[in-house]
Design a protein around this ligand. Structure first.
Ligand SMILES: [Zn+2]
Length: 69
């Protein structure tokens, strides 16, 4: 994916994963993911207890893409 963009303007955006307003993060298909959650997503093993939660959030993002148009 090439949708990653660094946020450097200091504006706080609500992260779709932890639902907390953060300054730094990435945009994944127009959805903001804070750098903390991005790091967790990258580093979380599939057997981690939190992994299903992240997968579910990402699935939600994917599903919203089909309702845009
Ligand atoms: Zn987050």
């Amino acid at each position: 994916m090439n949708e990653k963009k660094a946020i450097t303007n200091g504006q706080r955006t609500t992260c779709v994963v932890c639902e907390t307003k953060r300054e730094k993060g990435i945009y994944l298909l127009n959805h903001f993911i804070c750098e903390t959650c991005e790091e967790k997503l990258v580093n979380t093993d599939t057997d981690d207890e939190n992994y299903p939660t992240y997968v579910e959030r990402l699935r939600t993002i994917r599903n919203t893409l089909f309702t845009y148009h």
